[in-house]
Design a protein around this ligand. Structure first.
Ligand SMILES: Nc1nc2c(ncn2[C@@H]2O[C@H](COP(=O)(O)OP(=O)(O)OP(=O)(O)O)[C@@H](O)[C@H]2O)c(=O)[nH]1
Ligand SMILES: [Mg+2]
Length: 406
């Protein structure tokens, strides 16, 4: 669920780091600054649709599945180990003409923690390594010198990182700057000075530093958006996001153009903002990790409502809806019944119009037929988005939950 922090004022900056792998167009606006005139002149801000099909670069081969996955990493298993504590020292004060100077071995420094810190600049988990060892504390020295503590080792992670230990979720890092101690540094050992007592004026005992905590954590990145666009490759999801928001995901006529989720912000005249995520194409068998598979089904989990985008120009478009729902349901029970809207894209194509009536009859529910390319009927989609969000808010209030504002 989107945290309450995702209120209209903070939505944009937050998403910039979470999943806004696409740039946020409103990021430059200061509070109180007017929205661009173009956006205000309409009841709804419908972005320009001048993104007609970009030509495929000549000779560009489609990427292999392995390479596709390498671009964007949304899951990592990490071994973390806190720094070892430094050992305490055992020595005695020595000075000319002072025979029994007493114990002066200092304590060892504590080992440094390993801390996960949310950084807005980090977009995926690809920069996270498979293991981290914290800095060790220094050993204690003579003259009651304590060893220096090990420095904290920060691991930068993107906003929206879930930290799991085994199956248990131990942290949900959803706002910039948030920190989680992944592994504690070991405490430093005690020097012999510590053991000085009335009945033992010359202790030689000192203790070694403790090893740092060791853990194996799974990090998972999930997109945080109000609406998630789900569809087969080439259905026109990215084109649609470009048309309704100012996000600029790549659009091309080959499948798997989108390799990582993009989040665009839809601005309404009443200053409401809704985040819409363009999730990379899903194919049949995605729940068995085919194509870009599971990694992207995960992002859908965090969307409050879904937009099933189908390519209306293809024969029997209802099979796309059935297959998409099947994949979602197989991945997580109940996911396909989350509040949703079916979007039939590419209505501008002649064969698409012929399929519309059949699709509607077959599904028995209202379908919004539109064209991301020409901009036809986009406003209906934007109104529906608002409605879905309103219903979500009401449902939340009904259950006594804190309202989520868009
Ligand atoms: N005629 C027509 N073409 C469209 C429309 N929307 C998208 N397209 C074209 O369909 C192709 C695929 O569009 P994308 O937006 O890249 O599709 P996608 O669903 O994001 O594809 P993946 O990123 O591969 O999942 C492009 O060539 C677009 O120009 C539309 O409304 N009408
Ligand atoms: Mg795309």
């Amino acid at each position: 669920m989107i945290p309450a922090r995702l209120s209209s004022a903070s939505l944009c900056p937050l998403l910039e780091g979470v999943a806004q792998w696409a740039s946020c167009p409103w990021a430059g606006l200061k509070p109180g600054q007017l929205l661009p005139k173009q956006a205000l002149s309409r009841p709804l801000s419908v972005g320009s649709v001048d993104h007609a099909k970009q030509p495929e670069p000549p000779g560009k081969k489609p990427l292999s599945e392995k390479k596709l996955k390498r671009h964007f990493v949304d899951q990592r298993r990490v071994f973390v180990r806190g720094g070892n504590g430094g050992s305490g020292a055992s020595c005695f004060h020595s000075e000319p003409r002072k025979e029994f100077g007493g114990p002066d071995g200092g304590d060892g420094g504590n080992g440094g923690h390993v801390i996960l810190r949310v950084d807005q600049q980090v977009k995926s988990l690809s920069s996270v390594l498979s293991q981290y060892r914290g800095f060790a504390g220094e050993d204690g020295g003579s003259n009651n010198c304590s060893g220096r503590g090990g420095a904290v080792l920060y691991v930068q992670v993107p906003v929206g990182t879930l930290v799991k230990e085994g199956r248990e979720v131990v942290a949900d890092l959803s706002s910039p700057g948030e920190e989680y101690i992944a592994a504690l540094g070991g405490p430093g050992g005690k020097g012999n000075r510590f053991f000085l007592a009335n009945d033992n004026r010359a202790p030689v005992t000192c203790t070694p530093g403790q090893p740092g905590q060791e853990r194996v954590l799974s990090l998972e990145l999930k997109t945080v958006a109000h609406a998630g666009m789900v569809g087969f490759p080439n259905a026109g999801k990215s084109s649609l996001l470009r048309a309704i928001s100012n996000a600029k995901p790549a659009v091309a006529s080959y499948p798997f153009t989108t390799l990582k989720p993009h989040v665009g912000i839809v601005h309404y005249e009443d200053h409401q903002q809704l985040a819409v995520a363009d999730i990379p194409g899903i194919i049949r068998g995605a729940h068995r990790n085919k194509g870009l598979g599971l990694s992207f089904l995960r992002h859908i989990e965090r969307c409050l409502f879904l937009l099933f985008v189908v390519d209306l120009s293809l024969p029997e478009p209802w099979t796309q809806v059935e297959d998409l729902k099947y994949e979602l349901e197989k991945y997580q029970e109940g996911l396909s019944t989350r509040p949703h809207q079916i979007i039939a894209n590419k209505i501008d194509l002649p064969q698409a119009r012929a399929h519309l009536a059949k699709l509607q009859a077959r599904l028995g529910q209202e379908v919004i037929a539109l064209s991301a390319l020409t901009g036809e009927n986009l406003e209906q989609l934007l109104l529906r988005l608002k409605e879905l969000h309103g219903t979500h808010l009401e449902a939340g209030l009904g259950q006594g939950r804190r309202p989520l504002r868009g």
